[in-house]
Ligand binder design. Structure first.
Ligand code: GTP
Length: 173
């Protein structure tokens, strides 16, 4: 059983290539209002969760909402691939702005699993090479996450890790 201990108030970055199961896991671990998904914001601003030209507007909106939540002292989860250092830097600096702990939950599943899932999906119109690129970014990032400022890093590497995963929230004094 994978148990992830989280501070009651923190900013959680989900990190994983497309198809790694970020959205599925976020539904398992968190309440719907706690999760800000880049896909959901693309859908809201552009009617299309794959609209890459809406990325900037989607993230501006996502960050606007994240700030409102953190100002209220509410745990917040950012569901985006976050495999690029720049994306993670923005998350760590947002956490600092509100003096909350940035934590990372990483989905580092085998590339074959991701490719198999990608083939089965009709909702991700990009080529399989994109998955390979994202996995490359992720693997190069893994050892750097603590140094980037994430105070806690949980890595789930197999479907057996992810399936029964649960979160325990702990009050920090
Ligand atoms: P993006 O939104 O593309 O970044 O993907 P994601 O990382 O949020 O993955 P998501 O949770 O949307 O799942 C992608 C696909 O994989 C969906 O078709 C899911 O049904 C499937 N999937 C997710 N988690 C699991 C799992 O644990 N086991 C299996 N078999 N399929 C899964």
């Amino acid at each position: 059983m994978t148990t992830i201990h989280l501070p009651e108030l923190c900013l959680v970055a989900l990190i994983g290539a497309s198809g790694s199961g970020k959205t599925t896991l976020s539904r398992q671990l968190f309440a719907p209002g706690e999760v800000l998904s880049s896909d959901a914001f693309r859908l809201m601003v552009a009617n299309d969760e794959n609209a890459q030209d809406a990325t900037r507007d989607a993230f501006d909106s996502l960050y606007f909402v994240a700030r409102k939540r953190l100002a209220r002292g509410l745990l917040t989860v950012i569901d985006a691939t976050n495999v690029q250092a720049d994306a993670r830097k923005r998350i760590v600096s947002l956490a600092k702005e509100f003096d909350v702990l940035p934590v990372a939950i990483v989905l580092d599943l085998p590339e074959d699993t991701l490719l198999e899932r990608h083939r089965a999906r009709t909702d991700r119109p990009f080529g399989a090479h994109v998955i390979g690129q994202q996995v490359g970014h992720l693997r190069r990032s893994l050892r750097k996450l603590q140094g980037e400022g994430f105070r806690q890093v949980s890595v789930l590497s197999t479907e057996a890790d992810v399936g029964p995963a649960r979160v325990v929230r702990e009050r920090l004094y």
